[in-house]
Design a protein around this ligand. Sequence first.
Ligand SMILES: O=C[C@H](O)COP(=O)(O)O
Length: 720
Amino acid sequence: MSSKIIQLNNTDPSFDSEKVTQSSMQRPSSEPGDQHTIQSVPYSEDDWQMDPDNARNWSAYRKWTATTIVSLYTFLTPFASTLMAPGLPSLNQKYNVTNPTISAMTLSVFLLSNAIGPLVLAPFSEMYGRTWVLHVANILSTFFHLGCAFAPNVGTLILFRFLAGLAGGAAPACGAGSISDLFSERDRASAMALYSFGPLIGPIMGPIVGGFITETIGVKYLFIFLAGVCGLVSAVGIPLLKETYGPVLRYRKALKLGDVEKAAALSRNIPGSSGEIWSVILINLKRPVTLLSRSFICFILSLYMAFMYGITFMFFTTFGGMSIFSDVIRMLTFGSLYYLDVFGKTYGFKPSVIGLAYLGLGVGFIIATIIGARFSNQMYTYLAAKNDGKGKPEMRMPALFFGSFFIPIGLLWYGWSAQAKVHWIMPIIGSGIFGFGTMTNFLDSLDVLSALAPHRPISDHVPFSLPIQLYLVDAFTYAASAVAATMAAESALVGGLNSATLDPSTEVVIAPPSIYLLSVKASVRNDIAVSAQNLYPKDSGAFTGEISPKQLVDAGIPWVILGHSERRTIFGESSEFVAQKTRAALDSGLKVILCIGETLQQREANETGAVNEAQLKPVIAALKPEDWKKVVIAYEPVWAIGTGKVATSAQAQETQAEIRAFLSKAISPAIASETRIIYGGSVTASNCKELATQPDVDGFLVGGASLKPEFVDIINARKA
Ligand SMILES: O=C[C@H](O)COP(=O)(O)O
């Protein structure tokens, strides 16, 4: 056989959300005999929910202090981005810049790197904790802004702006995750409102403050001022903001208590803990594209939010007084420099007073954060109560509709009153109504995403950037806190495989529990296929809880394992039923890993050959000769599965040669020789090499060892 299949069959419940969840609900996971469950959760989720160190159990004062600091960090990024806009002409003069592209780049390079920053920094935040990523990035920002202030030429200025934008990505990467750490879905809206206030107020305050600084003390002080503000926020933030991220807190707590074993087990819940950091970063970089192209919900929400941000920024530019910044936005949004200067030209406000016209918007934002957030929470609670107390992300939607209603009203009010040149307070009131609708809207769009994905940096809602918004959507794969730990395990496992050097002549198929099929498929490298662990042999009908062959095919899953000994013994599946499933799978175009094998009792009674033949016969009867191209037989002696008692290479070879001989006799010698027969049962890195030398062992079905780094060695068993 030219290739073999190594199949990762995750029967270890540290990767199985259902078992982890059950253990947390029904019994302490340290209960004897629950060895699989306790591997990655040494004390249960229930214990952690009650733990005073869990950020959700902190005092209200501590929680709101943390939220305020996070909001301050989040404010800094858009503030830094727009503060220099009014100073652009002076910067052009200072650095002799005549090329408009280079001039625009000094401003916009920040946005570019700020879009990339969260993709790189988010994995770090989940490995080392959110708080220190925020602190370190802000300290670095301070230096980068100073670099801008003292840049000797425009190239250096662009470089430091790029670096400042990159470091500024920490707040979008960690901010919303911190809020989710601190508040449950039900009482998160007000905190999210405070958190979202920074990103919305930042781009408004930036040009106003920037204009004053440029006019009064000079353009260089824009960056010195920024560095000062960042330094100040660090000075307040470092002592006051403590780590909020659960997996890191639990790990640190175990270390502090000197429980090295528990710490080692908990570290498995932290992505990248096995050193595959770059692979995790790569997955993060790919994930927005994957989700944007494969999830309609993510796509449509991202599109909607991008549209809303576009309208908001177009709206800002009509106030007047931010010449270059307004022009850049206008070019990007209208494609021309069509000019509106409502408060400058229509109402004759001086440039320094135009900034005050933004106060109407600010009032709208504040009312939205108070009333809109409360309305959103009440609506959510009401709908959840009607649904037996179970909240759903969609329950945020009515509040979003409510917010959306005020946006056109505000815009019409603003535009009409300005056009009619009625008193200046009227367009300001219109802007307030618009601000109220926008803020309520942002909160609810983000809450929908947040509810879908509480543990990811999802509401990285720094305005301006579609890539950042798309990144938020990454969180969509992380459905609920109960599975977050196992998802982290998935991420680590897939990350480890993605970064490994694998024998190209080995075909690798991984078979996660069904709940992870799609996410694993989306994140695993292309040369590794994904398999289901079971199916039901009907394409339609009322078979609640079962997965049909057609559903697997529709989901792009090419393989399925059938006849595993646990299906046969625990679920009483007969060989006839396994044959029926095999037929249905092949009819749908799936490939099958067909498990057979004897119990210890049967081996001791010398019935191994007869048992294997009896399990194969119904399948042989159900299949046509050409079907066998799509079938791999996995010989798994039941006594070797999960017991640590691997079959000797001689036992495996002898039995698998017998199976091949039987195929030869029952079907044909050609099919017998072409069909791959793999071995499963306590395969490890230390026994795989010898097993792999056997002529009738064409690969392995690996359970427990597939969850460890040694799985890569098993895949490479035939490599010298
Ligand atoms: O499903 C997996 C196989 O049954 C083998 O499991 P194991 O390698 O943990 O013994």
